[in-house]
Write a protein that binds this ligand. Structure first.
Ligand SMILES: Nc1ncnc2c1ncn2[C@@H]1O[C@H](COP(=O)(O)OP(=O)(O)O)[C@@H](O)[C@H]1O
Ligand SMILES: [Mg+2]
Length: 438
């Protein structure tokens, strides 16, 4: 009997344990497994009283936190996915050729615009070295890559690249380093803009404006040459008559020969100014003497200045250091500015000042063309550099846009303008201080 009672009691205890402990623990375990499997909405039963109920409560609070975190994570992933998709379509549809290379220069991405611009398809190039540098630009490409890997950003540097069919393309390059999650540079993003057509159009504009300038100049130069030619003619005839008549004193000989030499020198300067002006467009920076250039300019515009009733004065110390620039292009810049100044002052006249000086801060050398013309209003000042902007009946509006393009070709040169209505206008051309000629 005792045994029966004991057995019944044990059974009852087991049943109670199952109802109060084992079942709730099993339920909690199930919930844990559901959450682990990704069902973040699963919650534990908090009905059991006592310790187990509190445990389930704590567990549910933790599950709430996990679910909130997971929702945030899902939202972030979705945002990332959308951003990624946007970037992908941006790269795919960009009009710029976009290329990604790894640190060793092997192509990782080559967008459709790159395929169209250079002629290679992406699948041909993935993992290969980028083939678009012409043979004589390989060093530049390597140097650019080194610069980019060091973190330097290229912002539209102009250079030349080669298409698959051998065509050379004028391009502007933009580039930036790409970093891995640890912040190390692991590649370079490059964008190329094809500016071949624009370059060609610019070249044509420069040439046509140059022809017009040359035509204008030719009249002046012919006129300028007439004076020294008259001198040469007269002196030569005099010398001939003197020597025909018998021995000539060395004094007389010297005076006549001196004036012949002087006239010849004057003609040489005029012709020199003109000949450098007509040279082709390849940029060829050398050490240029601004005093010499401004003297040649004075000769070239003397005739036009007289016609415009303009007095030309020079304030250029002979000691002015040389600048590194393309002589014939700087001449074209100065001529364009001087012609504008003369046109602004004609027919009333005025004064054209050609000045050259050294500026210490920043260290530059400045050539100034200043006139006493009507000046340019602040609103107009913004427009004057634009191609085809002109206020003249006969103007082309190309002079200053070409000036700006030519200034950009001179290493480190800049141009600026200041003007006061009723007072006049000053164009300043600045060059970095270059090494003195040896
Ligand atoms: N020194 C100056 N004084 C007054 N206006 C000027 C001067 N230089 C340029 N400009 C203005 O800038 C315009 C554009 O000059 P430019 O590009 O050389 O073309 P264009 O001489 O054919 O008009 C001129 O039409 C004129 O209005
Ligand atoms: Mg002009």
């Amino acid at each position: 009997m005792l045994a029966v009672v004991a057995t019944a009691a044990l059974l009852a205890a087991r049943l109670v344990a199952r109802a109060l402990i084992i079942r709730p623990v099993d339920a909690l375990l199930e919930t844990t497994q559901a959450i682990a499997a990704g069902n973040f909405a699963a919650r534990a039963d908090t009905r059991p009283r006592g310790e187990l109920g509190r445990l389930a409560g704590a567990f549910n609070r933790m599950a709430n936190t996990v679910q909130t975190r997971q929702n945030q994570l899902d939202a972030s992933i979705e945002t990332l996915r959308q951003t990624n998709e946007k970037l992908r379509s941006l790269v795919r549809d960009a009009p710029l050729a976009i290329v990604v290379v790894d640190a060793a220069g092997r192509v990782q991405l080559w967008n459709p615009a790159a395929e169209a611009m250079f002629g290679w398809s992406e699948h041909e190039l993935i993992g290969q070295a980028s083939p678009i540098a012409p043979a004589d630009r390989r060093d530049e490409l390597d140097a650019n890559r080194a610069r980019s890997l060091k973190g330097e950003v290229l912002r539209g540097e102009e250079t030349v690249r080669q298409a698959r069919d051998g065509r050379l393309l004028d391009v502007r390059v933009f580039s930036a380093a790409l970093h891995d999650a640890g912040g190390r540079v692991n590649g370079i993003l490059l964008a190329y803009e094809d500016i071949t057509a624009r370059k060609r159009a610019e070249g044509a504009l420069v040439r046509s404006e140059k022809l017009a300038d040359l035509g204008r100049l030719a009249a002046g130069v012919a006129h300028e040459l007439r004076n020294p030619l008259t001198v040469v003619d007269a002196r030569a005839q005099l010398l001939k008559r003197l020597t025909d008549a018998g021995p000539v004193s060395s004094d007389r000989l010297e005076t006549n020969v001196d004036s012949l030499v002087e006239a010849a020198e004057r003609m040489r300067r005029i012709v020199h100014g003109l000949s450098t002006y007509g040279k082709p467009q390849r940029v060829d920076p050398t050490l240029v003497s601004l005093p010499e250039l401004l003297t040649a300019l004075t000769e070239l515009i003397a005739y036009a200045a007289r016609n415009a009733n303009v007095k030309v004065v020079r304030h250029v110390p002979d000691s002015l250091p040389h600048v590194l620039a393309d002589r014939s292009q700087v001449m074209q810049i100065l001529l364009n500015l001087a012609n504008n100044a003369l046109e602004a002052m004609a027919p009333a006249g005025g004064m054209l000042t050609l000045a050259g000086y050294v500026e210490d801060e920043p260290p530059t050398i400045v050539a100034e063309i200043a006139d006493t013309g009507p000046g340019i209003s602040p609103e107009q000042l913004e427009g004057i550099w634009t191609a085809f902007y002109t206020t003249k009946a006969e103007g082309t509006g190309l002079g200053l846009s070409i000036v700006r393009a030519l200034v950009a070709e001179q290493p480190g040169a800049t141009i600026s303008v200041r003007s006061t209505i009723g007072r006049g206008t000053v164009f300043s051309l600045t060059f970095p201080q270059a090494a003195s000629p040896s």
